[in-house]
Design a binder for this molecule. Structure first.
Ligand code: ADP
Ligand code: MG
Length: 186
């Protein structure tokens, strides 16, 4: 079941040694920023990591330095989210859920178009690109409503499972980067 799978992986992420996490994050970071997808894109849509998630803050810092546009999610209670541009971490504040988001004073929504890459968080993935999130379906709903290419899941090796019990509504990713491999879904 998805719930058991979530509990198992979130438990493993929680006990991941801090130094080991940093080490894995660095490898994933390097793979991503050295990829041609990263190099040639001007626009990066990404989650802002929290808790045990694969770090994206280094990636965001690098993207700022490289002069790329960075867009991050603003979630709404009804299960929808929009992406807005940020130019500095100081624009973010903590949500009740613990994540960082820009304060939404009617910020302009941006949608993925032309050249972009789109980094997707996940609790578990399989080798067919199926994805399990926290169970609220935000990304499934988003991808159902917006056509997005080059969806990149970032995960630790232990988050890749044989079967993640995907449902009809579950939207897949196109590429998964872990600390040891890049999985391209055909
Ligand atoms: P997650 O992807 O976060 O692990 P689930 O796949 O379990 O979460 O989905 C959570 C809920 O979101 C499910 O009840 C599902 O019906 C709903 N959902 C998923 N995609 C859509 C969609 N495109 N439109 C409306 N509801 C959706
Ligand atoms: Mg889902």
């Amino acid at each position: 079941m998805k719930k058991n799978l979530r509990d198992e992986i979130l438990g493993r992420r929680k006990i991941l040694d801090k130094e080991e996490k940093k080490h894995k994050d660095k490898k994933i970071y390097k793979t991503l920023v050295n990829s041609s997808l990263y190099k040639k894109c001007d626009n990066i849509f990404t989650y802002i990591s929290f808790g045990g998630e694969v770090d994206t803050k280094e990636i965001i810092e690098k993207a700022f330095l490289d002069g790329k546009n960075v867009y991050v999610p603003v979630t709404k209670a009804d299960g929808f989210m929009k992406f807005v541009q940020i130019e500095d971490f100081s624009e973010l504040e903590k949500t009740p859920f613990g994540t960082l988001e820009p304060f939404d004073d009617n910020l302009k929504e941006e949608i993925p178009r032309d050249d972009y890459l789109f980094i997707v968080p996940g609790v578990a993935f399989d080798r067919n690109g199926n994805r399990v999130g926290y169970g609220k379906g935000y990304y499934d709903r988003y991808f159902y409503n917006h056509e997005v290419f080059n969806k990149i899941g970032l995960a630790y090796d232990f988050q890749i499972k044989e079967d993640v019990f995907a449902m009809d509504w579950d939207e897949k990713v196109d590429i998964i980067i872990t600390e040891t491999e890049t999985i391209r879904i055909s």
